[in-house]
Design a protein around this ligand. Structure first.
Ligand code: SAM
Length: 265
């Protein structure tokens, strides 16, 4: 018996119907280069291994690693399950063969930093399928001018096509989490569709605008745009960050990036 550890966000999937739905939405194929984050007690790992020739897993919990090593000895004869013991936040995904598929029922306490960590490897990744807190999935896929739309929506939508696939109720896990969950698919956009020229500046503008989301853009983006520049861009400075589409944020950032240094406010 394994006692679930809260500090590692351990809520293990037990509903076999949900597990089958998740695996069929991932659509694994024998030759995929796939990595699972947090295999835990193997709820997704086992059905994935039925199809895949090999699977990498990244797991932080020493007790779980010991169980996995017992079930899948890490000797030369084993090429089926390759265990990487450690923190997925520090794992270098460039060490795995590409094109890479990433899957996982993620520990909810570190889901946002994990998502940002994966964005560093976008050009190596075919797709990603994650179980996350439903509220986070809603924020990821939110359209502008809705309550759920925010920094996470913009910072992921400019790089990924994303869709919510499945709702997963708390009863599907042991122990049951206090929140609803959902499965999201993330597919990196082709390089030619990523129009941001200066990602650091883009990230800074998005963070500044949403830092005080109730304030008008005129106030929040004061250090980036003068009133006349809002007019040039065709953006109403009385709007708030949540009213700007991802494409609007891209236009603002590219405008600030291209403008001659002398005109910076
Ligand atoms: N995949 C299993 C399932 O669906 O039942 C377990 C999912 S559980 C929500 C999250 C898993 O991620 C646990 O096995 C936990 O130990 C592992 N984990 C937590 N933090 C991690 C980290 N920073 N790096 C790698 N694995 C982590």
């Amino acid at each position: 018996m394994h006692k679930a550890k809260k500090k590692f966000g351990q809520n293990f999937l037990v509903d076999q119907n949900i597990i089958a739905d998740i695996v069929s939405s991932i659509r694994p194929a024998a030759n995929d280069n796939m990595v699972e984050i947090g295999p835990g007690l193997g709820a997704l790992t086992r059905p994935l291994l039925k199809v895949l020739n090999h699977l990498h897993v990244v797991e932080i919990d020493r007790d779980i690693i010991a169980r996995l090593e017992n079930d899948y000895p890490q000797d030369k004869a084993n090429t089926k399950l390759i265990i990487h013991a450690g923190d997925a936040l520090k794992f270098d995904f460039a060490t795995l063969a590409k094109p890479l598929r990433i899957v996982g029922n993620l520990p909810y306490n570190i889901s946002s930093p994990l998502l940002f960590h994966f964005t560093e490897y976008t050009e190596r990744i075919t797709d990603m399928h994650f179980m996350l807190q439903n509220e986070v999935v809603e924020r990821m896929v939110a359209s502008h001018s809705t309550k759920a739309y925010g920094r996470l929506s913009v910072m992921l939508q400019y790089r990924f096509f994303m869709e919510k696939l499945l709702d997963v109720p708390p009863e599907s896990f042991r122990p049951a989490p206090k929140v609803d969950s959902a499965i999201v698919r993330m597919i990196p956009l082709p390089a030619e569709q990523i129009l941001v020229r200066n990602e650091t500046l883009f990230a800074a503008i998005v963070a500044t605008a949403f830092g005080q989301r109730r304030k008008t853009l005129r106030n929040t983006l004061r250090s980036y745009l003068q009133e006349s520049e809002f007019t040039t861009l065709g953006i109403d400075s009385q709007l708030r960050a949540e009213n700007l589409s991802v494409a609007d944020f891209v236009r603002v950032a590219n405008y600030c990036d291209e403008r001659p240094p002398s005109s910076v406010a």
